[in-house]
Design a protein around this ligand. Structure first.
Ligand code: ADP
Length: 545
């Protein structure tokens, strides 16, 4: 828990200035918010002469009038008129207090005082505040007197990065969202008053509320109370969705998977791998077997996204998609800020599948290209993706049709440690896809055997088969066939009208085969090829020409 980290660092004298960040406006235990919690657990027994609070809107305030008197005495009454003024005016007097009397200073909304961004674009006011705040962290006088400074912010990425430079000693402390056990304890506490009925167990409520703060959990309970409805699975899901959307909707897409493995045609090898190495180990709670990340390689439209959805459904994991176009902002530092928030949001959804589609467009080989992201974002991502504490709780899945363009650091073991080729469907698989897609749309058909159509539709991806089926329905409607029935004749006509785009398919297939290091995941015809890398290289070169 964050408080232990804070206390240990404080007691070990590692620092006397801390930056509490993220879930700082939540309940710490069942009933105390951070300020009261710190007062009762930390401040009370440490004889601070002055307990002061500063934020840019309310100015400087004190816990007790006596403390204000003491402050005025230390500052020779010169600051009495300045308590509502800007940091540059009042900080020099706070400095006197910090160095004279054992003082604890809370600064709320620190991001409003020293916002993130290029130092060159900071106002003189912000720069002055930054200097005071940085210097305090390394002041031996403050340390000897025993004064402490605690700054708070919801998002550390909103705060000027200068303050965290290693030449200073400001310690960031991440205040995490409550874990499952903590949520359960809180839910039990909340429901003690018996004011609402529950249609599910506290365990289920605790599981379902991943990613929510205690405040949001309390809101769910209060809403159920006000609406006079029982707390049900659906009720929580709906409320949770709106909370998460409000909180992270600008940087993350939440996926609520509706399809399962049975709704995907073919891909037996990939499905089997995911079942054996993810779904089953999770059910048995043997997380050692679960890979940290998986890279799905292969041509577009072959069902990679579909597979991620099905995995989320059958593993019972939450699923979020990182969409880099939402994250990359216009202003300096904005992208990094968004990305940080996005990772924290993803992390808070544990257990969670984090999906990055077309990862090659984001994390390209070499330096950041036109569409690429900065090195800061890249290293932040690498760090997060290789955090082994997350094994079995956060699974990264990325999809790409150009694995050759990916940065090598991304492919190194411990990140995307399994690469699964998702190739063009074979004949039998195409027949299955025809059947599945017709069922998906609930179209009527009198066709029972799709093999002949699968033969005609050679080189069609799953996505192209979907286009064919929809075209067939269009034709059936135009011909005014009873129940708009998709007949053999109609389907053949549709295949003739929607030609597959063979563009680069062969090349993308070879790239995916080249990337694969596990023969069990390859169709027979490619198995020999990965033993003969030279031949594979030649084939790739041919495709490139
Ligand atoms: P990718 O992510 O590989 O580009 P998608 O998963 O987005 O491909 O596939 C696009 C659409 O094509 C899917 O929504 C689905 O309707 C259809 N599709 C592709 N492959 C399959 C498959 N194997 N089985 C069923 N439908 C498929």
């Amino acid at each position: 828990m964050w408080y232990h980290e804070f206390l240990n660092k404080y007691k070990a004298g590692i620092s006397h200035e801390f930056l509490l960040n993220f879930n700082v406006r939540d309940l710490v235990d069942n009933c105390r918010y951070i300020d009261r919690f710190l007062y009762e657990e930390f401040i009370k027994q440490r004889n601070f002469g002055i307990v002061a609070f500063y934020d840019i809107s309310t100015g400087l305030t004190f816990l007790e009038p006596g403390m204000e008197k003491e402050f005025n005495m230390i500052t020779n009454n010169k600051a009495a008129e300045l308590v509502y003024s800007l940091p540059s005016k009042i900080f020099p007097y706070i400095d006197m207090a910090l160095k004279n009397t054992k003082t604890i200073l809370f600064i709320n909304h620190i991001e409003k005082i020293i916002p993130s961004g290029d130092i060159g674009s900071m106002s003189i006011e912000e720069r002055m505040a930054l200097i005071w705040l940085s210097e305090w962290s390394i002041s031996p006088k403050i340390s000897t007197v025993g004064s402490t400074i605690i700054m708070m912010t919801d998002n550390i990425a909103d705060v000027s990065r200068e303050i965290l430079k290693s030449s200073y000693k400001v310690e960031p402390i991440l205040v995490e969202l409550p874990g499952e056990q903590e949520r359960k304890t809180y839910i039990e506490h909340l429901l003690k008053d018996n004011k609402v009925r529950m249609d599910l167990t506290t365990d289920e409520f605790a599981k379902l509320s991943s990613g929510l703060s205690k405040k949001s959990i309390k809101d769910i309970k209060l809403k159920a109370e006000a609406e006079e409805v029982p707390i049900s699975f659906e009720f929580i899901k709906e409320k949770k969705h709106s909370v998460l959307k409000k909180e992270y909707g600008d940087v993350l897409e939440f996926i609520y998977p509706e399809i399962g493995f049975e709704d995907i045609g073919g891909m037996d090898k990939a499905k089997n791998y995911l079942l054996k190495n993810i779904v089953e180990p999770i059910k048995k709670n043997d997380l050692r077997r679960v890979p940290m990340g998986i890279l799905l390689c292969g041509p577009s439209g072959t069902g990679k996204t579909l597979l991620v959805n099905a995995l989320a459904k059958s593993s019972g994991f939450n699923c979020v998609k990182i969409d880099m176009s939402r994250i990359l902002g216009q202003y300096v530092g904005e992208s990094e800020k968004n990305f940080k928030k996005c990772l924290l949001g993803a992390q808070s959804q544990q257990p969670v599948i984090v999906f990055v589609d077309e990862i090659d467009t984001t994390f390209r080989r070499g330096d950041s290209g036109d569409h690429g992201v900065s090195r800061n974002i890249f290293s932040e991502f690498l760090q997060f993706a290789s955090n082994t504490n997350n094994r079995g709780k956060v699974i990264f899945i990325a999809a790409t049709n150009r694995p050759d363009l990916l940065d090598a650091a991304l492919k190194r073991a411990g990140r995307f440690d399994k690469k699964i080729p998702i190739l063009m469907p074979e004949e039998k698989e195409r027949a299955e896809i025809f059947r599945i897609i017709i069922e998906k749309y609930k179209f009527t058909t009198d066709i029972t055997d799709f093999m002949p159509f699968a033969q005609t539709a050679e080189n069609y991806t799953g996505a192209e088969i979907e286009t064919v089926v929809r075209k067939a329905y269009e034709i059936a409607c135009e011909r005014e066939l009873p129940e708009s029935m998709i007949t053999s004749d109609v389907l053949n006509q549709a295949i003739g009208k929607c030609r597959p785009s063979t563009k680069q398919i062969e090349f993308m297939t070879m790239l995916a085969v080249n990337e694969c290091d596990d023969k069990d995941l390859l169709p027979d015809q490619y198995k020999d090829l990965i033993d003969d890398r030279e031949r594979l290289e030649e084939l790739l070169q041919e495709q490139l020409l």
